[in-house]
Design a protein around this ligand. Sequence first.
Ligand code: F0G
Length: 456
Amino acid sequence: MHTIIEPFRIKSVEPIYFTTRQERIQILKQAHYNPFLIKAKDVVIDLLTDSGTSAMSSEQWAGIMRGDESYAGSDSFFRFQHVVNDITGMPFVIPTHQGRASEKIIFTILGGRGNYVLSNTLFDTTRANVEFSEATGVDLLCEAGRDPALEAPFKGNMDTEALLSFIEEKGAAAISMVMLTLTNNSGGGQPVSMANIREVSSICKQYGVLLFIDACRFAENAYFIKLREAGYETKSVIEIAKEIFSYADGCTMSAKKDAFANIGGFIAVRDEQLTEKCRNLLVITEGFPTYGGLAGRDLEAIAIGLREVMNEDYLKYRIRSIQYIGEKLDVYNIPYIKPTGGHAVYLDAKRFMDHIPVHEYPGLALCSALYVEGGIRGVEIGSVMFGKRAEDGSLISPPMELVRLAIPRRVYTQSHMDYVTEVVAEVYKQRRRYLGYRITHEPPFLRHFTARFEPV
Ligand code: F0G
């Protein structure tokens, strides 16, 4: 049989509310053309994020009931800790309420003015936390990763030559850490190869620089290694995951992604002194070390989800279902980052909306079009999210203008995705009808969440 089916049955459902095109034009205007400001009930298919939007399994819901809500020494914490220890091999585990809370703690300790955090690509919250500590985030993505049309197996790899010369130039003492984002969310959900992780690790060891992994989508990355890297075909995903973490000194994770949890995260590290410093900050802002920012029930759901995500029937379906969307877009030659990534399809808005200049935010224009035509909510990953202002106020834009259609885990079916590709194709046919935007209001950090826009 060729059809790869969803490896689950649906036990509980939520309604989708339908709106008309005319209603959506009004809703978008009221939301100041920012998809983050649209009410969820006004969205038909919500592809804003794969974060915290997963359908939990019946086992996870059972775990929710089992959660031990003791303030200190909760049983749920020990089950959670055991799973994280097992997968990462790291002895110290610090629960947090989500990924950015882990980042805030780590970069408060290891960031700071004059220091650099080097990465394949830092995600928005990670970069914001690095910059908030007054350190500088530097993305050193391999060349293949910067070419959206190129088909290559590991476009999330770090450019190791650039890494070496950066360390040589600035000196190892100025590097807070290297952080590898698995998979590379801002660059197409593309995986990093084991060879690259190994090489980055050996450079870090040579210079005494810490290596951390942003492990949000570690299982999707591990599965890509199994599919695409010689020598890993017969290894299990857990073996691959263990090898990945074996090269690192620590990791941060948002459990809202590959752990299928609706909230949660953690830091795991090998160093006891660093753990001590993390826990000191944790108790001030998150909570006692055995619950962090979470309820016992959340720790249970994460512990179960971390095991479930490594199920290979699930990962096969997951990666294949994203690829399926890409294949449908290929029929119309719609430009997107090739190959499709682990959790999302990234439309190449620069080529899709090639009549809209970058300073008029082609990605945002594409998001608006998808919402108006089909009620689909995607997210711009381009000059709105990562653009900076030069001293004269002009825009310094990132290398790519993308619209990410992130697929929540175990939530939508194939017919939902058929609808999505139909809407994208329709928008593509009529793309010249859509115009650009200007910003009318923006906050200093993570402006994409709350900025307001108006059509040019
Ligand atoms: N690192 C990566 C690679 C992420 O994708 C995210 C979140 C975080 C860190 C922060 O985790 O949300 O739990 O604080 N990404 C979400 C997204 C928001 O839509 O891609 P968080």
